[in-house]
Design a protein around this ligand. Structure first.
Ligand code: SF4
Ligand code: SF4
Length: 538
């Protein structure tokens, strides 16, 4: 791993107004350590039955491309232009107004013009013009066209893995051009040759063969859950059970696997468990569909479909009525934005209905999944939960809208409603950095690799900047979020830019505040930190 510059050094030379000396087509990407992810190991692709380039790394001068690589890529472009109307439109309608130019966190953090969304899309648009249009072939660069070369392929790899598919640019584009969709298609296209990143593909293999990103075996999941239940018993005095692989349960609960084992996701998991016990929910967790996240989505559509379908097959096997989804970002986007196109409605489950309030979640009639924040907000609105928000008084909390749940699905109010019920101190970050204008964590879409740390810190800078503002002005010490990638990457980002700010799941704070029947007096929160006024007791 490369040496990461200190925060005050990182943005020293950043000049967003600098005009490059050469035309963008003449500037080749430099694969500097910290700015790209390592190539996928061939065995990973072989296991998944995918093409690969053998042993290689992006910084190799000559990539081991197959002889027919160009034909395969051109055929792939043609195929996608026919299949995806959105892609064809996005390639046609950009008017170069520049409204998106300064909206990408990677441009703001790197100053690299090719990270402007308008230019990122131009990386493929110029090839379509150069290879398929008579006008483009005739006038070449004057018409914004260029031929497909190995250098172009390297550039695609570099810049389409410097886009977190966050869609912030699309909010500001007057034509709704969605560069995230372009990135998704471009990574899918690179897969035609087996060009992919290791950090993102290993979770796909594990999810495909075992059921979750890091390959947790059923007994390990069970043991981890028992360990967390031990902590709950110590903190609350309650002995709670979590049903696992229970056939005929009413609800299948699917959450990102990081909630089973990784700090701080485990505290969110403890919050879910306390909530379900509080309301006596008839649910089960599956050790086979033990992953809400879908890293296939960041790589290739066919892989995403496979991983998605697996969860529904498990729901069928367990004969549940519907699915409750934990705090995950891209799981939510995949399930809501792509599900029906891929599979249409699954009719062997019921339209989700809360067994506690009777609310029917009509919007989930096709995919049969409800987000935990919708579920909990509904319980609160019906007065079904008892809280002591003072148990979160050691926390001054702000909320990070995850790109996928906010821009992707419009979940803006539910988490805020929950937080305001379980915490006495809630502060919003500046308006142009939240809700649909939220800034990405900087490491989404499978870019959470250690070798990519410099770009992660650069890309996360706009988010961190807004946190720093509320930290200094209001003493914010916690940022809540509803995405497992955020919970995994934001602690590193905060440590780098805004030390002292912790990351929490919304349901961790719910778990702290819930007044459980039969519990002992609590002296700590779910992380064993003393509650306000209990410092002496702990
Ligand atoms: S989707 Fe996000 S990361 Fe990608 S170009 Fe747009 S703003 Fe940048
Ligand atoms: S805002 Fe839209 S139309 Fe304008 S340059 Fe960006 S992508 Fe093109």
């Amino acid at each position: 791993m490369s040496k990461l510059p200190k925060p005050d050094e990182l943005l020293k030379d950043l000049d967003l107004h600098k005009t490059p000396e050469k035309h963008w087509m003449d500037i080749a990407p430099e694969f500097k350590p910290g700015k790209f992810c390592y190539a996928v190991e061939p065995q990973v692709m072989e296991d998944l039955g995918r093409p690969h380039l053998g042993k290689w790394q992006p910084y190799d001068e000559k990539w081991p491309l197959p002889d027919d690589w160009k034909e395969r890529i051109l055929k792939g472009i043609r195929d996608r232009m026919e299949r995806f109307r959105s892609f064809k439109l996005f390639m046609d309608i950009c008017v170069r107004c520049g409204a998106c130019a300064d909206k990408c966190h990677y441009f703001l953090g790197s100053g690299d013009p090719k990270n402007m969304p308008v230019l990122r899309a131009e990386l493929i648009r110029s090839i379509i013009k150069g290879e398929f249009s008579f006008f483009g072939k005739l006038f070449g660069r004057m018409a914004g066209a260029r031929p497909l070369t190995e250098e172009v392929l390297k550039e695609w790899f570099y810049y389409f893995y410097q886009c977190t598919e966050c869609r912030r640019c699309s909010v500001f584009c007057p034509y709704g051009i969605d560069t995230a969709e372009v990135t998704i298609i471009m990574r899918d296209l690179l897969h035609e040759l087996g060009i992919a990143t290791d950090w993102a593909m290993k979770p796909v293999r594990f999810s495909h063969f075992i059921g979750n990103h890091i390959g947790l075996q059923p007994h390990t999941i069970k043991e981890n859950i028992e360990f967390l239940l031990g902590d709950i018993a110590e903190i609350t005095g309650l002995n709670i059970e979590v049903p696992i692989n229970k056939k005929g349960a009413e609800i299948l609960f699917v959450t990102p696997s990081a909630d089973f084992f990784a700090d701080p996701g485990i505290y969110t998991f403890m919050g879910y468990v306390l909530l379900f016990h509080h309301i006596g929910l008839d649910y089960t967790i599956s050790t086979y569909a033990s992953e809400g996240g879908n890293f296939g989505f960041f790589n290739a559509v066919e892989l995403a479909k496979k991983l998605h379908a697996k969860i529904y097959e498990e729901a069928r096997r367990l004969k549940v009525k519907w699915i409750l989804g934990g705090e995950c970002g891209h799981m939510w986007r995949v399930w809501h934005q792509y599900h029906n196109t891929w599979f249409g409605p699954f009719n062997y489950m019921d339209i989700p209905r809360s067994p506690i309030t009777g609310t029917v979640f009509e919007h989930a009639k096709d995919n049969k999944i409800v987000h935990i924040c919708e579920f909990t907000a509904d319980l609160i609105a019906h007065g079904k939960l008892k809280f002591d928000p003072s148990r979160n008084d050691h926390v001054i909390v702000t909320f990070h809208d995850s790109c996928n749940t906010s821009r992707g699905m419009g979940i803006f109010e539910e988490p805020r409603f929950i937080l305001k019920n379980v915490c006495n101190n809630f502060v919003e970050m500046p308006e142009n950095t939240i809700r649909e204008k939220t800034f990405c964590c900087g490491s989404g879409s499978g870019l959470n690799a250690d070798e990519y740390m410099e770009m992660r810190m650069r890309g996360g800078f706009p988010r961190a900047n807004a946190v720093q503002y509320v930290n200094q002005k209001y003493g914010v010490n916690t940022m809540a979020c509803i995405c497992a990638i955020d919970r995994a990457v934001l602690p590193t980002l905060m440590k780098y830019w805004v030390p002292g700010v912790e990351i929490a799941g919304v349901h961790e704070l719910v778990g702290n505040a819930l007044i459980m029947e039969g519990e002992k007096e609590r002296t700590t929160d779910l992380r064993y930190r003393p509650l306000k006024g209990m410092e002496e007791e702990v």
